[in-house]
Design a binder for this molecule. Sequence first.
Ligand code: NZQ
Ligand code: ZN
Length: 392
Amino acid sequence: MENFIYSYPTKVFSGKGCVKAHLKDAIKTFNKKIMVTYGGGSVVKTGTLSIVTSILKEEGKEVVLFSGIMPNPTWEKVKEGARKAKEEKVDAIIAVGGGSVIDASKIIALQARTDEDIWDLEINKRGVSSVAPLPLGAIVTATGTGSEMNGGAVITNEETKQKNGLFVSAPSFAFLDYDIIKTLPRKQVLSGAFDTLSHAMETYFGTSSTLNPSDDIALSVMRNTVDNINVVINDYLDKEARSNLAWDSAMAENGILKIGRKTDFQVHMMEHQLGAYTDCNHGEGLAVLQPIYMRHVYENVLEKMVRFSKFVFNVEEKNDEETAKAGLNALEDLIKRMDLPTHLMELRMKDEPSKLITEENLKKIAESTILIKSGAKALTHEEVLEIFKEAI
Ligand code: NZQ
Ligand code: ZN
């Protein structure tokens, strides 16, 4: 077990109707002027925005809106949000959206409090801001990233073509409400659920000592995620399964699975750079890359792979090698049954895949991928390129 310090800043409200029941309590410590941030308009269409703003106004708050945070949020959009928060002198922020809106809002909350460029500080200078961000709460509309319970924010710098994690405080509260998430389209429900599975896999297959409690918790989260995905494949509106997946999503990325161990996250590093060049959907990009990566590295973590196969997918063959391969087949079968893409060319991108998935771009994507040393296998940039080429 690695040394660790653990404390939790996020109060979670979960359950059908929890926003209407508890948002007024959650905002009690927020001062008067609140900026509500959201994405491209789904929350306007679904009525979620008006539910949230009505509650805020009933509680005597003044509401400022900041919209248009796109999937794979850009650094430019974060700076625009921070400028607005400063100009309007807002006291707090409530993010109403999926991972993209919550991530962007975390950094808006920090950038609004300082003139120092947070991207430059964290990415180029490897520094950490000593400034306290604006108070932030999250109302989750799309599950999968777990962003609502962690301090990470994945932001794309279009100028430098980097999609990187920045770090700040986690939201002080998070709402997981079936009435809000039920409007999410099936495709996004499933790509988000795969993101959750990927987070737990990327944690589990990192370096850990034997009998580490986090490994066993990760196995349970993965099995529960797969079991609920199997329900959602047939009925994506199933309330129980969707609520279970919402909590799996938070559990997979709230840090609990990472306690006392090192993590992998090589596939995420690859997907992030793929996203920087193509703007593809995060969960779908992972669905393409994760199984190919696992086939490259599973022999290095055979014992873990065997436990994963038996516990998560209920498969067991006559020896470890065969059991591991049966687990890999089960993972690929799940991805197909989820109707997720299995090749890069099937991903939805900002332009025709054939224009973006070129040999030259793949080389740039591979070379700019951050390499992880504590994963199942420490890859080289050449091996990363091999995986991308296999994924075409
Ligand atoms: O923009 P709007 O109109 O709201 O539409 C969104 C968006 O197009 C739509 N949507 C969200 N809630 C909806 C809804 N449509 C109908 N009804 C609802 N209730 O869904 C689309 C996708 O939303 P997005 O927030 O982009 O999805 P997701 O939650 O998957 O977030 C992806 C981002 O999170 C980052 C990813 O890299 C990506 O940028 N990640 C953040 C992590 C973190 N902070 O811990 C960890 C992850 O590994 C991940 O990297
Ligand atoms: Zn992810």
